[in-house]
Design a protein around this ligand. Sequence first.
Ligand code: SF4
Ligand code: SF4
Length: 158
Amino acid sequence: MPERREGIRYLSLEAARAIECNGCGDCCDSRRTEGHWAWAAVPEDLYAGLVGEPLIIPLERIEDGWRERPHEDRDVLELIPTLFHCSALQPQADGRALCGRHTEPRPPVCAEFPVWGPDVERDLEDSGEAHLATGFLARCSWFNVVVVRDDDPRCERE
Ligand code: SF4
Ligand code: SF4
């Protein structure tokens, strides 16, 4: 019997995909989580080839905050996190921040995060559960959600 952990919501893929993004913007700018959230594999052109101008801008910490830095070779690596901000993110008066490229070309991960990517379906098929990459995003609508198969005894029923 799979173990149920306290504080976790176990949802079917359909239920997880029915959740709505609350627009907190924390997955689009490392500064919004004090650097706990980063981008994986930033291309050398910063996606300018895709969107017409640099999109994902590497950042570094300085004494009194943050500053942009040039792209480095290691930034292209999947397993090396790159602190960043996105030039398309539009801060809102209520503290949220919305994507300014929601209906325009943008990096695939933007549309896939956090429950629409092939990795979620693969993990579900391989191991029966998919742990979302929202562990450092406490304000995310999908924080503490684990996707499980429909017949999993832990799966929330309506
Ligand atoms: S393109 Fe939109 S979804 Fe993607 S990182 Fe930028 S603001 Fe976020
Ligand atoms: S962190 Fe989650 S809720 Fe916030 S903007 Fe990103 S996907 Fe939406």
